[in-house]
Design a protein around this ligand. Structure first.
Ligand code: NAD
Length: 483
């Protein structure tokens, strides 16, 4: 059944628009509650076609939202990863959709048991501004692969991208299949209160709490993809030049506005000066200039720029030394950029060391031995990512096992996100649940246990009257066998 398209969702003036949209999408889901493999592959193919056809418009839109954001970063960090995730899902979907046979206990002898992976229904996806394409379209691919219909709320801080995504989706999908919603925090709050069958929110920890509260009213299951302060630990035996250049790559991308960007780095006390020298060189190689360099991304908005400047000022007032790594003559006034910089003499009283930085400042925390560095990490909220630089396998294993984080990369930063065959998600303050790859399919599916009995009741002996000899024998056997 073909549904009428819903009223345009921008601007959302009428408070019935979102519930009406959900009703429309849910009705369409009920008409087709278990799309087969071909239908799901068709949806993934349409998403791929839409993305390829609209690639240039999307790159321009992201660029205009950020003022400066190289198209190469949008290709590398948004468009290619979505295409990769679609390709990975296409390859494995048939296997993921298969029901899985399970065993039954003796008391159910003769019955068949299987877990069926059923679409949950209508999935809500809430998107932040920093990677507005990847963080809308990658969960969309997962939710469609699992057979769901989807409503996506784009970020108000990336309005051009929101519009471009809306147009891209409209080119290939009926609004009853995938509906794109735009609007500000009020719309977002209303969106999070809708009785979805699953809600995936990507954003800050503080808003994540509100989203979970709103979803709890409907007992809507949530996946929270949040942020936090992801540390990088450099072991003193590891070559500093290699660590510094890999960290500079991850901190420079999107000017540090990445949920898994290395927030701060722990360096052994005697190596701090050498690390700063190597990091400075690495940054200057990547970005010989910054203020006027089209390869170096701007901060998304004046408010976010002031927020980061506030962190710097607070740290300086409390004794930190912040050194810009941009050429001295460069003037950032009048731009929406901030220079890449390092901060030393930082301490836990500073906002810079408590709030997620989400910008191009790299604080350096000196440690004496590795256990001190691990204690520093373990004393704080569990981060989304942890990075450890060391060639030694035993020490690396020790670090992985004695810290908690959503994910980790060894001898690199950020790139763990690109491996779509691994789950992605935080722990504690950095989030809950997973998506990407098979785990994404499972998140957006209900694992439904189905027990199937045949014509004959082969386990009649586990019914009253309880005095039957066979029942007594069964109880005796079970207690003997399992007790
Ligand atoms: P944010 O939490 O400020 O906003 C996210 C979304 O929440 C926005 O679209 C906004 O409209 C909406 N919102 C605002 N108020 C709301 C309310 N009361 N109820 C419901 N929704 C509301 O985050 P942001 O500034 O867009 O993004 C940056 C944050 O996102 C950082 O903390 C970053 O670490 C995190 N992030 C996490 C991931 C991840 O995958 N874990 C990825 C990217 C960004």
């Amino acid at each position: 059944m073909k549904h009428d398209t819903i009223a345009p969702a921008d601007p959302v003036a009428d408070e019935q628009i979102l519930p009406d949209c959900l009703a429309l999408v849910r009705a369409a889901y009920r008409d087709d509650p278990h799309p087969d493999l071909a239908a799901r592959l068709d949806r993934l193919d349409r998403l791929r076609t839409a993305l390829v056809d609209h690639r240039q418009a999307l790159i321009r839109a992201v660029q205009s939202d950020f003022t400066t954001r190289p198209g190469a970063e949008t290709d590398l960090l948004e468009i290619i990863p979505v295409l990769e995730s679609i390709a990975h899902t296409r390859t494995h979907l048939r296997k993921w959709m298969r029901s899985s046979r399970r065993s039954v206990p003796l008391g159910l002898w003769g019955a068949r048991a299987a877990v069926h992976y059923q679409p949950k229904g209508v999935v809500g996806i809430m998107v932040p501004w920093n990677f507005p394409l990847f963080l809308s379209l990658s969960p969309l691919a997962g939710a469609l692969a699992a057979g769901n219909r989807v409503m996506i709320k784009m970020s108000e801080l990336a309005p051009a991208t929101a519009k471009a995504v809306e147009q891209m989706i409209a080119a290939e999908f009926d609004k009853a299949e995938v509906a794109v919603i735009t609007g500000g925090p009020d719309v977002a709050a209303e969106f999070s209160a809708l009785p979805f069958d699953h809600l995936l929110f990507t954003g800050s920890t503080s808003v994540g709490r509100k989203v979970m509260q709103a979803a709890a009213q409907n007992l809507t299951p949530v996946t929270l993809e949040l942020g936090g302060k992801s540390p990088a630990i450099v072991h003193p035996d590891f070559p500093l030049k290699t660590a510094a250049s890999r960290i500079a790559f991850g901190k420079g991308l999107n000017a540090g506005q990445i949920c898994v960007a290395p927030d701060y780095v722990l360096v052994q006390r005697t190596k701090v000066d050498d690390f700063i020298a190597a990091y400075t060189k690495a940054v200057q190689k990547l970005y010989p200039t910054q203020a006027d360099n089209p390869d170096y991304t701007s901060i998304i908005s004046p408010d976010h720029k002031s927020r980061i400047e506030g962190l710097i000022e607070d740290a300086q007032a409390k004794g930190a030394i912040i050194t810009s790594l941009a050429p001295p003559a460069e003037d950032f006034d009048g731009t929406q950029k901030l220079p890449m910089s390092v901060a030393i003499q930082v301490d836990p009283t500073m906002d810079l060391m408590n709030d997620e930085i989400f910008g191009p400042v790299l604080p350096i925390v000196a440690y004496d031995d590795l256990e001190d560095a691990l204690a520093y990490v373990n004393d704080r909220d569990r981060p989304l990512a942890l990075y450890y630089f060391d060639w030694d396998k035993d020490r690396t294993q020790h670090v992985i096992q004695s810290t908690h984080s959503g994910g980790a990369a060894i001898n690199d930063v950020v790139t763990q996100v690109a491996a779509d065959d691994m789950p992605f998600g935080g722990i504690g303050a950095s989030g809950m649940g997973h998506y990407h790859g098979h785990e994404g399919f499972l998140t957006f599916s209900k694992a439904k246990s189905v027990l199937h009995k045949g014509r004959f009741n082969t386990t009649w002996f586990i019914q009253a009257p309880w005095g039957k000899a066979l029942f007594r024998m069964y109880v005796w056997l079970m207690l003997k066998w399992r007790g």
